[in-house]
Design a protein around this ligand. Sequence first.
Ligand code: ADP
Ligand code: MG
Length: 242
Amino acid sequence: MLETKGVSKRFGGLVALHDVDLRVRDGEIVGLVGPNGAGKTTLLNVISGLYRPDGGTVTFRGEDVTRLGLDRHCHRGIAKTFQHPQSFPGMTAAEAVMVGACFGNHHTPSRDEAREEAEAQLAFVGFPDGKTGRLLAHLNLMELKRTQLARALACRPQLLLLDELTTGLNPSESAEAIDLIRKIRDEGTTVLLIEHVLRVITGVSDRVVVLDKGEKIADGPPSEVLATPRVIESYLGRAAAA
Ligand SMILES: Nc1ncnc2c1ncn2[C@@H]1O[C@H](COP(=O)(O)OP(=O)(O)O)[C@@H](O)[C@H]1O
Ligand SMILES: [Mg+2]
């Protein structure tokens, strides 16, 4: 479904990504992990079209989408949630999701249709029924995350990119988020997610890709990858790997 080949991205003199190859197959849940600053968010931003890489290509369903840009990636079926919920505090939850339904794909629903779609997506992600008319400024973190997820799903993506969806959530909320990610995949959407809680990644991913200092250092089944010395070293230091 998705392939990056030799993707590189620099910010001034800093190499955030170096020569990254990544493949995501239809129907997979792939976990992207690595220490802080490894380049995970940057890679997701390149895949979503927010950043154009300095080198390499991004292919989605056989089409080179490397230089198309965020809106056109979204229209082709790649939607993303952000690590830090960036939203309009003066919008209601339903309105925020309607934006996805109206602008995130090639459909042009009427206002009523978009509202219906928004209510359906909010219900799907377990957003509290009575709060869809509340302003985002008045929602708690879990409600904001559910809203973001519903907005991304309202774009009707084939590939959903999740940047640290469970960060800041308590263990029971995290467990709910994991169930939700599985449910989304079971409904036919492929998922590429960044997580820093390894328990979340091993619990939900079919495959894990590890980045360290902008380079891919491992790729495979969670149990195998997380047992490799280079991965242990990058997380816990050289002594732990010895
Ligand atoms: N917009 C940006 N401008 C400058 N440097 C950036 C920008 N985004 C990320 N970086 C740098 O690139 C590196 C990788 O960052 P990031 O992709 O956010 O890592 P991760 O998500 O794995 O923690 C870090 O050193 C970070 O400071
Ligand atoms: Mg990040």
